[in-house]
Write a new protein. Structure first.
Length: 218
């Protein structure tokens, strides 16, 4: 028969308590570091959006266009922006644009599934959204968006009509409108859906969602 004296029991319980405390500390540190990293990346995204708006405004001083896509900024070497959450990935050249309405510059920047959606450059705070990919599968809920979307026959990403026409003509050196593209079978048209969730507001010190967990949305 093996017996454990009182001192042995105390040592065992003390070691167990220490182990639990260490696990809790490691978890808290992990969450804190991860949250801070996400905040920094969101702030980089916001800084990039503001830089995009200012650069496009200055670039447009002579041409006086109503809209400039990020593709034009890339092609003219005015600006280079990458997704801060994936440095190997450029931001979307055709869904990202600056619209000029009166004296206002309205900026949209989409990098991967992260979206800054039509914020006025002079606004004090910017919201960051996480969006799922556009899909023909119907979705429901308060944070669901829908549109008539277009893509290439073999393409994956859907765009609205203006974005798709711009993309197709730029890449193929054509001058088609959406009706010609549809009649030629060059545009696939569908009603598409996505989930759009606000995940961060400029000035926040922490994140409601960790970037690593966002792919669970939708």
């Amino acid at each position: 028969m093996v017996s454990l004296n009182h001192r042995g029991v105390i040592r065992y319980e003390f070691a167990a308590i220490i182990l639990v405390v260490i696990i809790i500390i490691v978890y808290i540190v992990y969450r804190f570091i991860g949250s801070n990293q996400d905040v920094n990346q969101y702030n980089v995204l916001i800084t990039n959006a503001r830089s995009f708006g200012k650069t496009a405004y200055n670039y447009n001083m002579e041409d006086q266009k109503f809209k400039i896509y990020l593709k034009e900024m890339f092609d003219t070497d005015q600006l280079k922006i990458k997704n801060p959450f994936n440095q190997s990935e450029k931001c979307d050249e055709f869904a990202s644009k600056v619209e000029f309405i009166g004296a206002d510059s309205i900026v949209t920047l989409k990098c991967g599934n992260f979206l800054i959606d039509r914020f006025t450059l002079s606004n004090e705070k910017v919201d960051v959204y996480y969006v799922t990919d556009w899909t023909v599968k119907s979705k429901s809920g308060d944070n669901v968006e829908s549109m008539v979307g277009y893509k290439d026959k073999d393409g994956k990403d859907y765009y609205n009509a203006e974005e798709f026409v711009y993309k197709y003509n730029i890449l193929n050196k054509t001058n088609y409108d959406i009706n010609i593209l549809k009649s030629k079978g060059l545009a696939v048209e569908n009603v598409v859906y996505r989930i759009k969730t606000k995940i961060f507001t400029e000035g926040d010190k922490s994140c409601k969602y960790k970037a690593a967990d966002l792919n669970k949305i939708g």
